[in-house]
Design a protein around this ligand. Sequence first.
Ligand code: OSB
Ligand code: MG
Length: 369
Amino acid sequence: MKLDKIELTLLKLPYVHFFETSFGREIERTFIIVKVTAQGLDGYGEVVASQNPFYSYETTSTAWLMLKDYLIPFVKQQGIVEPTDFAIKAGRFKGHPMAKAGLELALWDLLGKREGLPLKAVYGGVRRRIDAGVSVGIQDDIPQLLNRIQSFLEQGYLRIKIKIKPGWDESVCREIRKQFPRILLQADANGAYGLNDTDELKRLEEFKLLMLEQPFPAYDLWDHSRLQKEMETDICLDESITSEVTARTAMEMKSCRIVNIKVGRVGGVVEARRIHDICMEKGVPVWCGGMLESGIGRAHNLHIASLKNFVFPNDLSASERYYAEDIVEPAFSLDSRGTIAVPDGPGIGVDPVKERIQRAKVHSETIAF
Ligand code: OSB
Ligand code: MG
């Protein structure tokens, strides 16, 4: 079998509510959808790179360039169709994991559709429903944050994650714990602290956080290890975990006790599964992070999160928590148990809606094979 064409589309979708982290506030998401076509079947992937290089160095522009000038011509020239084959061969291009993952995911969706299997079955996933957590950004003030948390708890989310930064941490956690003493609460700093802030971070211990996510910058594995030695709260790494090797290194250095897996950050499902497996081997639990994906990326994340070692609630929330109208049908919703069902249809198991993609489209380009 051969691919007939690949289509890249840049989209812009407004959030229902702004999303603010230690690196800034955003009101809409700009992202790329990759569509691969073969024998009348379409496979869809999402590139999770943002418009600006704040979470990682990749942006929608760098990912577009990598896909158009390198990855797609390479796939065309080599006749690649199988996602595993792509993952291995694309290793010759350094870096740019989000661009690679977008294309690999599209090939996985196509493979699932060719075989008539949902991706969770292709991956050997063991869950039918995924525990849903919600990531709540920094708000204008603490009462606004408490209101949002209250509303998400009423909707049934199993765990609340807040974003923290110096000055929006201890007092915020204190007010949350006053109102919600027993909820599963975790905090994500997106690397906003340094070793000199150790005392400030240790003051968060009294709030019994489920975990403290990425307190220091991505490259600071050693400093994370020093912090973890001094803290009872489990540290979870997100930005630092870019491959199986960094995951193993972080575990051997005791830089964290929990790992956040994001398929885009690590360059695809092949690498994400390697990380999942080595963490399981070493007794380190994982969970699935998110990048405020559209329904296409969300569907992919749900299938990946069906693997056995995804044991904590995930950053996988209902479509309506992010967007007024998702670009897939059916949209994802939370059930009464606070879980989201993994779709059972072939591939990602949900249908991208062409008219909605068209409406959110900034531009697109088709590369014929
Ligand atoms: O650090 O987990 C993060 C969103 C954008 C960039 C980084 C992060 C996030 C989230 C969103 O926390 C989680 C979600 O998609 O629900
Ligand atoms: Mg994070």
